[in-house]
Write a protein that binds this ligand. Structure first.
Ligand SMILES: *[C@@H]1O[C@H](CO)[C@@H](O)[C@H](O)[C@H]1NC(C)=O
Ligand SMILES: [Zn+2]
Length: 455
C-alpha cells in the first residue's frame, strides 16, 4: 500500500527514516489529543436515551431508547471517520482501515445497554471511549498496519431475554440456536422477532448467529476499556488497572420439596421442612467458597423462594439460586460439584425430594500475555500508575477471549459503585483510560510507516 507513505510526504530517504521514527508507537511521538470532558459530555448525552429520568439510565435491548442510542453511536462513529457495519445480531462496528486490509483486526468495544436504574458509564465508556481512541489516532495521522475496530456489542446485560452477552457469545460461536430460540421477553417476543423489528435478524436463528460469527483469523487482538466496578483502584490511588483474568459465574438452581403441614399440628419428628434443607445448603455454599483455598473463589446463595412462606405453615418448597465464581475453571467447577453432592446428602438426611439445574457455567478467561504487555508498555510510555488485577464481574471480553488474544483496561470509578444512578468516573480518569486504550491498540496494530520501512 502506497497511501501511508504518500500521506506522510516522504521524499528523501532521511525524511522517511525520521518520519518513521516520529510515527513509531514505541516512542512518545504518538501525541494524542484526548479530551476527557468531551467524552463525558457524549456519555451524558447517550444517557438521555433512557426509560427512567437521569441520572438513572435504563436502556433495554431493541427498545425505542436503545434504537436512539444506537443512532447516536453510529453518528459518533461517522464523525470519527470510521466505516460503519452492523451484523445480524445487532452488533455495530466502526472500522479504521489498516494499510493491510486483509490483516486480522485489532478490536475494542463494550456495550451500551443498561439494566434498570443503572448509570451512565458501565459499558458505554468502552464504546464512546473506543470511538474517541480511534478518532484521536486517525487525527494524529497514525495509519495502522492492521485494521482497528470498535464494537458496540448487543445486549451484554441479560435484562430482556435473560441472556447476557448475546452479541459476543454469537461472535465466539458459543450461543446455541435452540437455546436462543427458547428465550422470550416479558411480552412473549423472541430475540429473532425483536431483532428483525429493529432492522437486524435473518431468516432463521442459524443464519442470524452465523451472520455475527467471527473467527480467530479475523481478530489479532481484543482489548476492552471499562470502569472497574469495584473500589480497589480508587482506594489505592492507582490510575489504570490491567486485567489479567476474568472470573466467570456458574449458576445453579436447587429445589427442595417436603410435605409441609400445620406449624402447630405437625410434630417435629415427622417433619421434612424444605427450608431447613435450603438453609443447610446455604451454609455449605459459604463453606465451599471459604475452603477452596483462594480469594478468587466466591459463592453466594442470593435467591430464595420459600412456599407457602407463611408463619403458621411448615415450608413445603424451597428454591435456592446459587452463584459460584472463580478465575480458575477447575476450582469453580469443583465447587459446583461439591454443592451438588451436598444437596443430595442433605435431601437424603432430611427426607426431602430435590433437583439441581445448572443455569449457566461459562469458562473464565485468562488475558493474553501479548495484550497485557502492550497495555503495560502503553501505561509506562504515558507515565501512569497501574496494577495487574482480576475482573470479578464478567464482560464481553469473557467471550471474545475464546476467539482473540484479549485483555481489559480498567479505570477507577467513584466508591466502586456501578449498576446504580450515581455511578461516576472523572474526566481525567476517562482521558487516561482512552489514552492507554489508543496506545495499546496502536502497538498491537503496528504503524504502517514502520511496516513499510521494514520492507
Ligand atoms: C412489553 O409490552 C409493554 C406494554 O405494551 C411495553 O410497555 C413494554 O415496553 C414491552 N416490553 C418490551 C421489552 O418491549
Ligand atoms: Zn459493563
Amino acid at each position: 500500500m502506497a497511501a501511508p507513505c504518500a500521506r506522510r510526504g516522504a521524499g528523501a530517504p532521511w525524511a522517511l527514516l525520521v518520519l518513521a521514527l516520529l510515527a513509531s508507537p514505541l516512542a512518545a511521538a504518538l501525541k494524542l489529543d484526548i479530551d476527557g470532558q468531551a467524552i463525558v459530555d457524549q456519555l451524558l448525552h447517550l444517557a438521555t436515551y433512557s426509560d427512567d429520568p437521569n441520572p438513572a439510565v435504563t436502556r433495554i435491548l431493541f427498545t425505542e431508547n436503545d434504537m436512539k442510542a444506537r443512532g447516536y453511536i453510529k453518528q459518533l462513529m461517522a464523525e470519527a471517520g470510521l466505516t460503519i457495519r452492523e451484523d445480524t445480531m445487532g452488533d455495530i462496528y466502526g472500522v479504521l482501515p489498516g494499510a493491510n486490509p486483509g490483516a486480522a483486526s485489532v478490536s475494542t468495544g463494550s456495550h451500551c445497554d443498561a439494566i434498570p436504574l443503572a448509570g451512565a458509564y458501565d459499558g458505554t465508556l468502552g464504546v464512546v471511549g473506543g470511538i474517541a481512541a480511534l478518532r484521536a489516532l486517525k487525527e494524529a495521522g497514525f495509519v495502522p498496519a492492521k485494521p482497528l475496530e470498535v464494537v458496540m456489542f448487543t445486549s451484554e446485560e441479560p435484562t430482556r431475554f435473560a441472556l447476557s452477552c448475546s452479541g459476543s457469545r454469537a461472535m465466539a460461536g458459543v450461543l446455541d440456536a435452540g437455546y436462543l430460540d427458547s428465550r422470550r421477553d416479558e411480552n412473549g417476543t423472541s430475540y429473532l422477532a425483536a431483532a428483525t423489528a429493529a432492522g437486524y435478524g435473518a431468516a432463521t436463528y442459524g443464519e442470524m448467529l452465523q451472520g455475527a460469527r467471527r473467527t480467530p483469523a479475523d481478530l489479532a487482538a481484543f482489548v476492552e476499556l471499562h470502569i472497574e466496578q469495584g473500589p480497589l483502584l480508587e482506594k489505592e490511588g492507582t490510575q489504570i488497572g490491567i486485567v489479567t483474568a476474568i472470573a466467570a459465574p456458574a449458576a445453579l438452581r436447587v429445589s427442595f420439596s417436603g410435605d409441609g403441614g400445620h406449624a402447630g399440628a405437625q410434630l417435629m419428628p415427622w417433619r421434612n421442612d424444605a427450608s431447613l434443607a435450603a438453609a443447610e445448603l446455604a451454609l455449605f455454599v459459604e463453606h465451599a467458597a471459604l475452603s477452596a483455598g483462594s480469594w478468587d473463589t466466591v459463592a453466594t446463595a442470593g435467591y430464595w423462594d420459600i412456599k407457602p412462606n407463611a408463619v403458621n405453615s411448615v415450608p413445603r418448597e424451597a428454591v435456592l439460586e446459587i452463584d459460584v465464581r472463580d478465575i480458575d475453571r477447575e476450582r469453580r467447577d469443583g465447587g459446583v460439584g461439591s454443592i451438588r453432592e451436598e444437596a443430595a446428602k442433605i435431601a437424603q438426611r432430611r427426607k426431602v425430594r430435590h433437583s439441581v439445574d445448572i443455569i449457566n457455567q461459562d469458562p473464565p478467561a485468562t488475558s493474553a500475555p501479548a495484550v497485557v504487555a502492550a497495555a503495560a508498555a502503553a501505561v509506562s510510555e504515558l507515565g501512569y500508575s497501574s496494577k495487574r488485577m482480576v475482573s470479578r464481574a464478567y464482560h464481553d471480553s469473557l467471550f471474545m477471549a475464546q476467539i482473540a488474544p484479549t485483555a481489559m483496561i480498567f479505570i477507577p470509578c467513584r466508591n466502586g459503585w456501578s449498576h446504580r444512578p450515581d455511578e461516576y468516573a472523572s474526566p481525567a480518569d476517562i482521558a487516561r483510560g482512552v489514552q492507554v486504550l489508543a496506545h495499546t491498540m496502536a502497538r498491537l496494530a503496528g504503524d504502517a510507516a514502520d511496516a513499510k520501512q521494514e520492507l
